[in-house]
Ligand binder design. Structure first.
Ligand code: GLV
Ligand code: MG
Length: 355
């Protein structure tokens, strides 16, 4: 048993104190790049200001014979003085049971730890994986004299991970959030889809037959195979004060379905999604920013509700303490985004970055 008093104590002498709260920073889009690819690295100065989070990926998608080059690429980028401005810098390390996971941490925390906001851990199975990394990070932070704790983000991409989702979220004060990993999760669960996220034409419900014409065509509606996992993930994250994200959408050409999948996640409570290609950056930024009409409506309801108690009618709809809270969620997100983005501040009519 760990005492509540010990929970926020550093796990190594000299390590920074773990955070009590996860700082809210915009993270509508986590843009993945391969640091072993010099051409991609050269584009970072123009890419960084366009994304909320830039993530150097060392895991899947990077060939085995490029793993070391990817690690070295990250060090070069930081040593070359990359200016991240207010964009967050994350990395996705290889899983801790892979041949590279340990050295990713041993090499990168001392080399670039001072610049790193979050380490994304793939294939997390349970609290024991987080405990292992938590202690190791504390030791490495202490050795490197880091003054700011590095946060941890887990990908939910195994059946065991999903079964243990609450204990994963609760395992360390460093936990920043979770992403859904639909590709690995589909494989691990033996789902029969070969797509990376999104729907499947076979996963559907069919309209009932017409009683007097049973042979007539019946409409079908595709369902979202990720609904259950995402909803479970959102509850676990919110219960533990951390942030839920949709993960990757692999069909880069199908920007419409990508937008739909991201929007489902946004409506259910996710704060952002991954982008695997520059065309997905603006999709994620658009979808994970509240719509202008919803912000205007939320302002009206909040203004009409005075101290937030009682009930009023707005355009024929009943508003009360609970619905004003829903509106405050939208307005609060809009305010935070406007404070970073002058264009959004303009369309939302809210204070912008310099205000
Ligand atoms: C992401 O890592 C996934 O497996 O979908
Ligand atoms: Mg994966």
């Amino acid at each position: 048993m760990r005492s509540a008093k010990d929970f926020f104590a550093p796990l190594a002498v000299g390590a920074p104190v773990p955070p009590r709260d996860i700082p809210w920073r915009p993270s509508r889009v986590i843009h993945f790049f391969d640091p072993s690819n010099a051409k991609m690295a050269a584009k970072l100065p123009t890419l960084i200001p366009k994304v909320d989070v830039l993530l150097g990926n060392l895991e899947d998608g990077v060939r085995a014979d490029n793993k070391l080059a990817a690690r070295e690429g990250l060090i070069k980028i930081v040593e070359g003085g990359a200016d991240f401005g207010d964009t967050q810098f994350w990395i996705r390390v290889n899983s801790i049971d892979s041949p590279w996971g340990l050295d990713d941490l041993l090499t990168l925390v001392p080399a670039i730890g001072a610049k790193l906001d979050v380490i994304m851990l793939p294939k997390v199975q349970g609290a024991e994986d987080i405990h292992y990394v938590d202690r190791l990070l504390a030791q490495l932070e202490a050795k490197a004299n880091l003054t700011r704790p590095i946060l941890v983000h887990a990908i939910l991409e195994t059946a065991r991970g999903v079964s243990n989702v609450e204990e994963i979220c609760a395992a360390s004060p460093r936990m920043q959030g979770l992403s859904l990993g639909p590709a690995d999760l589909a494989a691990d669960r033996r789902m029969k889809t070969t797509r990376v996220g999104g729907g499947h034409p076979g996963y559907l419900v069919r309209q009932d037959p017409t009683p007097d014409d049973p042979a007539a065509a019946r409409a079908t509606f595709q369902q979202d195979p990720w609904h259950y996992t995402l909803a479970r993930m959102v509850d676990a994250c919110v219960a533990h004060g951390i942030m839920p994200y949709y993960g990757p959408f692999g069909d880069i050409a199908d920007t419409l379905a990508c937008e739909d999948q991201f929007r489902n996640a946004f409506l259910l409570g996710a704060v952002g999604a991954w982008s695997l290609h520059p065309v997905q950056i603006d999709i994620a930024k658009k979808v994970f920013s509240p719509e202008v009409k919803d912000v205007a409506w939320a302002k009206r309801v909040v203004d009409s509700m005075g101290d937030g108690t009682g009930a009023v009618m707005v355009d024929g709809t009943m508003q009360d303490d609970a619905s004003v809270k829903q509106c405050r969620v939208i307005l609060d997100l809009a305010r935070r985004l406007a404070a970073r983005d002058a264009d959004l501040a303009g369309v939302y009519d809210l204070p912008g970055p310099s205000a």
